[in-house]
Write a protein that binds this ligand. Structure first.
Ligand SMILES: C[S@@+](CC[C@H](N)C(=O)[O-])C[C@H]1O[C@@H](n2cnc3c(N)ncnc32)[C@H](O)[C@@H]1O
Length: 284
């Protein structure tokens, strides 16, 4: 069906009109905060080609029209989902999980031992919130997790959340960042794959959420992991999100960012902390 295949390999490289590309960029930033650079046409083409093919849409301008007309209600969500970058792994930036277990959790639990709430604010395919649960599993006695311990894991991408909820990992996704010993301890084998053990899964609750939307329905958190997502946003959006995260943290609550991210120039409501080779932030 030639007309339904989007011109992915145009020789002159101009199948995607400049105007349509800019329109699409504006749409994506408004809808998700994700800022695309000037020359990311190839990325857009390759990420959207399967959707265009499935919906018989021949060009980015037509896709924009279809989304704006409201004739295909689920289309906007599919497009945003496809444009997200979901790179993640187990125990990503391992020093942060050691600092969490050795320094942050003992301090938080010394203040209040009846309830603990942690938010994994862009959880992708689940490795981050399950790793948090694994790190909590290994708290040193006499420290104990409160009965009311909850990890809320949110993301804008429904395909990632469906995958994460199943908690089943195969091939590379069952291997990256995890040792053989950890895999035996935290996973159970299912056919050729590995499923996160029930006691690790039990603390994690997934829900779809756009970081541009209100956090009011989530409640308050003692610790927030918001890693490797702010890098996709403009300085303005970053500042607003961090401000709203500060508002939902308990007094002196903690914020962890990705290894290449910082709060410098973003917020002065936190003080930087170092420990166990990791950097993290405490609400002032
Ligand atoms: C690179 S992954 C980071 C995963 C994990 N936090 C880590 O560090 O390994 C970025 C995630 O941010 C999500 N994301 C992008 N824009 C978002 C938004 N506006 N609201 C919520 N999640 C978003 C993507 O769907 C993706 O799963």
């Amino acid at each position: 069906m030639a007309s339904a295949t989007w011109r992915l390999n145009d020789d002159r490289g101009n199948a995607m009109e400049e105007r349509d590309y800019h329109r699409f960029r504006d749409f994506l930033e408004r809808a998700s905060g994700i800022v695309l650079g000037e020359q990311r046409q190839y990325l857009v083409r390759s990420r959207l080609a399967p959707i265009m093919k499935e919906h018989g849409i021949d060009g980015l301008g037509l896709l924009m029209e279809r989304m704006e007309s409201g004739r295909s209600p689920g289309l906007k969500g599919l497009v945003i989902d496809a444009m997200t970058t979901n790179e993640t792994s187990w125990f990503r930036d391992p020093a942060q999980f050691i600092a969490l277990r050795e320094q942050v959790l003992p301090e938080v639990l010394a203040k209040q031992s009846t309830r603990l709430r942690v938010w994994s604010a862009a959880c992708s395919s689940g490795q981050e919130p399950y790793t948090l649960s694994m790190a909590m599993q290994d708290l040193r006695a006499p420290l104990r997790l409160p009965a009311m311990t909850e990890i809320v894991a949110t993301d804008i991408a429904p395909t990632m959340l469906r995958f994460a909820t199943q908690a089943e990992y195969c091939g590379q996704s069952a291997q990256r960042g995890i040792t053989e010993e950890q895999r035996r301890r935290y996973f159970e084998p299912v056919q050729d794959c590995w499923r996160v053990r029930p006691e690790i899964r039990a603390r994690v609750r997934f829900r779809e959420m756009n970081l541009l939307d209100s956090f009011a329905a989530l409640g308050r958190f003692d610790i927030i992991f918001c890693r490797n997502v702010l890098i996709y946003f403009s300085a303005d959006v970053k500042t607003r999100i961090v401000q709203r995260m500060a508002d939902v943290l308990t007094p002196q609550g903690y914020l962890f960012l990705g290894a290449s991210e910082s709060l410098s120039g973003v917020s002065d409501r936190f003080e930087m902390q170092r420990g166990n080779g990791a950097i993290f932030y405490r609400l002032k």
